[in-house]
Write a protein that binds this ligand. Structure first.
Ligand SMILES: *[C@@H]1O[C@H](CO)[C@@H](O)[C@H](O)[C@H]1NC(C)=O
Length: 274
């Protein structure tokens, strides 16, 4: 009973974190933030950021100019992050309506702000087009292991929802697998995929000739805007003592370059143009 009251009070007096130099806005319940963001190709997209304090997670979703829906989830409970891309297929080339890809990897400390801070984030001017304050480089990720969807719940309760459409295309890094095994996660959910060393004929998909041959696919995505750090401001209390408090966020942009095995070049047709 007290829990409810305390929660209400905390909500009432919650510190509102603001984007840029805006003024305090009414704290509305619910924790969804819609931010207008300019993508690399100049297009403007609406990014939806959501915080789930109960599950201690953040999700971020936006549509790219080519129609691809990109979803990112940071699961702080399990220190796991999940990227999903729903790529529109080319029906005239015999592909499905869309193709789903899921990349699961370790969430490092301080990559993104905590979910409870995210839940308090508000913006004064929702129409403003936001540009990240810090543009981070492209991280290379070699996703050489597959994750079995029906066993992946142990790794993160979000994988099932996020990746059910990807099924045969849920990937992770071997270094992450090693780390999770050491933490006691059941190894039967992982399967190491063929590498260049084992299959000498394995080549990048863009240089593979046959649509049915296995190859190494690459996929790039960029989280164009996300709150990566909390900003602290200093103030003096009545006794003249200095204190610091959370007063905003720093925004970042970061690119990811995934390399992974596909059993058929057909599943990696975007690699042709690169
Ligand atoms: C994934 O796990 C399920 C349930 O444990 C099992 O039935 C299935 O064969 C596994 N799939 C693969 C590809 O190993």
């Amino acid at each position: 009973m007290f829990g409810g009251v305390v929660r209400k009070l905390t909500r009432l007096f919650a510190v509102v974190l603001l984007l840029s130099s805006a003024v305090v806005v009414v704290v509305v319940p619910g924790s969804e933030l819609r931010v207008r963001v300019r993508l690399a190709d100049g297009l403007i997209t609406e990014e939806v950021l959501e915080a789930d304090s109960e599950r201690d997670s953040i999700s971020l979703e936006f549509k790219q100019g080519d129609g691809t829906l990109v979803t990112f989830v940071a699961d702080f409970k399990q220190d796991v992050k999940i990227f999903r891309a729903l790529i529109l297929g080319e029906l005239e080339r015999g592909q499905n309506q869309y193709q789903a890809l899921c990349f699961v990897t370790r969430l490092n400390r301080n990559e993104i702000i905590p979910s409870e801070s995210m839940a308090r984030l508000r913006q004064k001017n929702p129409q403003a087009i936001r540009l990240a304050e810090e543009r981070r480089g492209l991280e290379q990720l070699t996703m050489s292991a597959a994750v079995n969807l029906s066993r992946a719940w142990q790794l993160s309760s979000h994988i099932h929802n996020m990746c059910s459409e990807a099924r045969e295309a849920i990937y992770t890094r071997e270094a992450d697998v090693k780390y999770w095994l050491e933490k006691g996660v059941d190894g039967s959910m992982f399967e190491v995929l063929p590498q260049t060393t084992e299959l000498p004929g394995l080549q990048p998909c863009h240089s593979a000739k046959d649509l049915w041959q296995p190859c190494l696919c690459t996929y790039n995505l960029r989280l164009e805007w996300y709150p990566c750090l909390l900003k602290y401001c200093r103030s003096r209390d009545s006794a003249g003592k200095g204190t610091s408090y959370k007063c905003g966020i720093k925004s970042c942009s970061k690119g990811y370059h995934f390399t992974y095995f596909v059993p058929q070049k057909q599943l990696c047709l975007w690699d042709e143009e690169t």
